[in-house]
Design a protein around this ligand. Sequence first.
Ligand code: ADP
Length: 156
Amino acid sequence: MSHRSAIYPGTFDPITLGHVDVVQRGLKLFDEIIVAVADNPKKNPMFDVATRLEMVQATFVHEKRIKTISFDGLLVNIAKKHQSIAILRGLRAASDFEYEFQLAAMNRKLDADIESVFVMAREEYTFVSSSFIREISSMGGDVQALVPAPVRPLLP
Ligand code: ADP
């Protein structure tokens, strides 16, 4: 059977255990997951793209089937370049749906060959988001249990 690769794009500002769970589910469906860290300067990230990429790399350092890249520009072009057949995304609550639906429709318009695939993380991560991690940790709250070990020393 052919090698099946999916690309998992995101801002990962920072990567959380919700993201990790999505990747692990993706590995059940695909031979390879490429975690693609979006440069996204418009989003005004807390961590620069190099740091976000390092955190992702360190999180998955022992998993040979996970590749990590950073990117800017059109996602479908990056997916094609890496011969990914799918875009992997995660869904939490219904509130994610509208945005993800639009994004998937737009990506399909741009390249009809690449399928968007959605997985749901474990229930205990449904409330976990990077923005929640940033906000709580900057106010002194303890969110260490919700992020992978390489992120912990970098949180305020
Ligand atoms: P983006 O800026 O592209 O939304 P994120 O890093 O915030 O980047 O999220 C990347 C993807 O991971 C999105 O599809 C998002 O819905 C999904 N995701 C993030 N956290 C979780 C979680 N706790 N459970 C399921 N999916 C999640």
